[in-house]
Ligand binder design. Structure first.
Ligand code: GRF
Length: 171
């Protein structure tokens, strides 16, 4: 039995996709959320997943008492300090083909750049933002008639398929 901790701050659609994927598999999932009232907490309640609401400043103290096989960032909107990263393996998903469009609003910036394609990247986390060794990526064409919303939907559906599979492979 492997145990993973998903760390999220917002909507939680990737969290839900991960929970669904591992439903009948030998993987236990818990959630850590740093934001009170975030939608991801509603999802955890509905999906019957154990969750912890831990403010960013208390995160190291909290995590050092626990043990997970993998820490999975899924829209966790803080930069993790080095002491946290020494606790285990951390992976992140980012909605662009890294190293392009690091940081926030990556889908929108790709869309407005008139690029012909963007994508999704899963990578190990290191001390810098959206940096660290790339594990997997998938391309996504930006069709001329696409709205920003269309592109966002397409990117998220790629994320929801790619991330659980990559996590399983790492485990
Ligand atoms: C995703 O687009 C992910 O790539 C980025 O943050 C977003 C989180 O979305 N790191 P959700 O909360 O999983 O719906």
């Amino acid at each position: 039995m492997k145990k993973i901790l998903v760390m999220a701050s917002g909507n939680g659609s990737n969290f839900e996709a991960i929970v669904e994927y591992f439903k009948n598999k030998d993987v236990e999932i818990e959630l850590l959320c740093n934001i009170e009232g975030a939608n991801v907490i509603n999802r955890a309640k509905r999906l019957n997943i154990k969750y912890y609401r831990v403010g960013f400043c208390d995160t190291y103290e909290f995590l050092k008492e626990k043990k997970y096989d993998l820490y999975v960032l899924a829209g966790y909107m803080r930069i993790l300090p080095h002491n946290i990263l020494t606790l285990g393996r951390f992976v992140n998903i980012h909605p662009s083909l890294l190293p392009q469009f690091k940081g926030i609003d990556a889908i929108k910036r790709a869309y407005l750049s008139n690029a012909k394609e963007t994508g999704v990247t899963v990578h190990y986390v290191d001390d810098e933002v959206d940096s660290g060794e790339i594990i997997a990526s998938e391309r996504c064409k930006i069709e001329p008639d696409m709205t920003l919303k269309d592109l966002e939907e397409k990117i998220h559906s790629i994320e929801h398929k790619l991330y659980p599979r990559v996590i399983e492979e790492i485990l």
